[in-house]
Ligand binder design. Sequence first.
Ligand code: FES
Length: 260
Amino acid sequence: MIEIEAEIAERHSLFQGIFLIRLNAPQIAEIAKPGQFIHLQCGRGMSHILRRPFSIAGKSADGSIEIIFEVVGRGTAYLAKAPIGEALSVIGPLGNGFDSTKFKLVDIIAGGMGFPPLLFLANELADRGVNFNFFIGARTAGRIEFLAKSHLGRKFNLTEPRVATDDGSLGKRGTVLDLYHQSLNQRNKPEAIFACGPKPMLRSLSKLAEEHIINCFVSMEENMACGIGACLSCTCNETYGDKRVCVEGPVFDSGDIRWD
Ligand code: FES
């Protein structure tokens, strides 16, 4: 884990309220793995003292890392407007990340704003020549169609038939889980599933994976105060036992989580 000041090198508006930021963070980029996150101070001064966790969506050979976020509060609103060149305090890379090294055929399932860490994973799998299918779901086309045009989606096909939208504006109408369930019944099972998205989706996916006897690993989201295992704010006893999402997670074997 490293703490540095990272300059905002680029910012792009991807869709209404959804942004990509590239940060110059060579020490973090060098060691970051898919599924890990950074804890970022969104601003300067005492009013911005609390950090926010962001999954790493990608890294480049030039020493930069990327995050994709939706504006949901004061911290993300600040990031959406922060000047290019501003240096922000970053701690990272944090958490355990996805361990995909044992598998040769995997499925990736992203729901809602769960796709950023999975883009990083997919690009790494593509670099290693691992076979994977990327299923993605969103409320409407605009929330994901930029991915197909972005460099983050360059190595794999993010188009039909593995896209689902609630309103049917892109891919199949319905949820990504419905789409995935249908596809599972029509082809060979993967060795493992890697997923991130809303908790109800992950809960249902966990059940599906159990029924089909497939390894399933999910990246969980919790509020985090310290991000480094000290405050226990990310530990939910009923769900994770005594595990801290920021240290022992955010990626868990779905069978180890108490979903109800
Ligand atoms: Fe403090 Fe996880 S955020 S222990």
